[in-house]
Design a protein around this ligand. Structure first.
Ligand SMILES: O=P(O)(O)OC[C@H]1O[C@H](OP(=O)(O)OP(=O)(O)O)[C@H](O)[C@@H]1O
Ligand code: HPA
Ligand SMILES: [Mg+2]
Length: 168
């Protein structure tokens, strides 16, 4: 289930790393909100966007936090993205103006494309980005190559590894 094919490389992100990178994202977003009082709300794209959104909302002191649930992948197999749960209409306003939409990463950009269509005036931020989807995101921190699969700490566990000299 967790084999990396067809991705050649694995980029393993620890809790510490995602915390640092999500903080860096928050600092980059600070002051980029609307002139009349900054970001109105943070909306996390569940589930991967929830931990970064929590860290961003904490750093920027934004107390209004909602979620949009988009399902795009079954493990590593991509499917047609669909909205399973929408955020509160009064938070999003007409087109999402002043709202910060946060996700863990953009890969092909299909998830953000869907959310952008719904809320074209929102600001879209991810911690990581791959080249194919980069155009869909307004602000991100680290880019990785398209053939890299990013492994997040919530999908991993510490495991015993054979010593190098012990392997055949
Ligand atoms: O740019 P894309 O190619 O659309 O891929 C990026 C999206 O895919 C993953 O979510 P997933 O649908 O696997 O759900 P999850 O966040 O609940 O794990 C990831 O968290 C992004 O939301
Ligand atoms: O590289 C990735 N890692 C984890 N989830 C993902 N969803 C799309 N691409 C990825
Ligand atoms: Mg996701």
């Amino acid at each position: 289930m967790t084999d990396r094919l067809p991705h050649e490389k694995g980029f393993h992100v620890s809790w510490d790393q995602i915390h640092r990178d999500a903080r860096a994202l928050a600092w980059r977003l600070d002051g980029k909100g609307p002139d009349d009082g900054g970001w109105r709300a943070v909306v996390a794209i569940t589930r991967g966007g929830m931990a970064p959104a929590m860290i961003v909302s904490r750093e920027l002191d934004i107390r209004v936090v909602d979620t949009i649930s988009v399902k795009s992948y079954n493990h590593q197999a991509q499917t047609q993205p669909r909205v399973i749960k929408a955020p509160q209409a009064d938070i999003m306003g007409d087109q999402g103006e002043g709202v910060l939409v946060v996700d863990d990463l953009v890969d092909t950009g299909k998830t953000l494309e869907l959310v952008r269509k719904l809320y074209p005036k929102a600001h879209f931020a991810t911690v990581y980005a791959k080249p194919e989807g980069r155009g869909m995101v307004d602000t991100y921190i680290t880019e990785v190559s398209q053939d890299t699969w990013i492994f997040f700490p919530w999908d991993m566990a510490l495991q015993y590894v054979e010593p190098y000299r012990g392997r055949d």
